[in-house]
Design a protein around this ligand. Structure first.
Ligand code: NAP
Length: 238
């Protein structure tokens, strides 16, 4: 049997890049989509701007022709561009994810077990006033997209789930939290585990949901927050 082939959308940095490394460590073949190439450069990179969703069907066709059919898709993109954040977030997050999943049946190798994970956030349910409305709506929409496509793609044996992480440390923010121990301690203390999560914690949860170990789980949103959301606000100082 050939090794699983995973498409990582938004795999050039942050969590997506971290997940791509984890998948390669496990012997998976990885293809990355983003606007800019990951560093160091990898041969499996397909440049694409998710603000133009009309080209996604052709993109998937090219990926399958050059790299082979897919077994898994992971959606890690986050809108961080200039311009109107509502249009940007809704298009790059919801519109693009919908387009990939709508065209996934012809891209997946349906002789194998196939699955997708959508990276949402605790902001699908909770409000962070410093983040824009578009982010909250986009993340809530992703959890519902996971449910919708779990239902519509299920007859093809394709599973679709979401993960909802709390703020995690990624390689790009390790320096910040090392310098600002007060910020780290404040967030770490909110978790019963007394630490902040890392991109690796989230990547492992994604890997589990994609794997056969999660073979009867579909349409679910897995909160990956170290238990932070368990705490009632009156106990914050306890
Ligand atoms: N960081 C956290 O603490 C945290 C917490 C909860 C949830 N999340 C979620 O976890 C996911 C990953 O977060 P992150 O912080 O690792 O993100 P990130 O570092 O900002 O990376 C985002 C990825 O999306 C790609 N991307 C953004 N806009 C794009 C576009 N228009 N076209 C193509 N690719 C695009 C970026 O590549 P290019 O810029 O090269 O295109 C990059 O690879 C996101 O969905 C985020 O909302 C993050």
């Amino acid at each position: 049997m050939t090794s699983p082939h995973v498409l990582v959308i938004g795999g050039s940095r942050g969590l997506g890049k971290g997940f791509a490394s984890l998948a390669r460590e496990n012997g998976w073949r990885v293809t990355v989509v983003a606007r800019t190439a990951p560093e160091p450069a990898t041969a499996d990179f397909f440049p694409f701007d998710l603000s133009r969703v009309d080209g996604i069907k052709e993109l998937l066709t090219s990926i399958v022709a050059e790299r082979g059919a897919l077994n898994h898709m992971v959606f890690c993109q986050r809108f961080r561009g200039a311009g109107d954040d509502w249009t940007g977030e809704i298009t790059a997050s919801l519109g693009a994810t919908r387009c990939f999943l709508e065209n996934s049946v012809t891209a997946f190798d349906l002789t194998q077990k196939c699955s997708a994970v959508l990276v949402s956030s605790v902001n699908a349910s909770f409000i962070s006033p410093k983040l824009p409305c578009s982010y909250h709506v986009g993340k809530a929409g992703l959890t519902q997209l996971a449910r919708y496509f779990a239902m519509s793609l299920g007859e093809n044996g394709i599973r679709v789930n979401a993960v909802c992480p709390a703020t995690f440390i990624k390689p790009e923010s390790e320096g910040y939290y090392a310098e600002h121990r007060d910020a780290y301690e404040r967030l770490a203390l909110a978790s019963p585990l007394r630490r902040m999560g890392s991109y690796r914690d989230v990547a492992e949860a994604i890997f589990f949901l994609l794997s056969d170990k999660a073979s009867f789980i579909t349409g679910q949103s897995l909160v990956v927050d170290g238990g932070i959301s368990l705490r009632w606000h009156e106990t914050l100082t306890a």
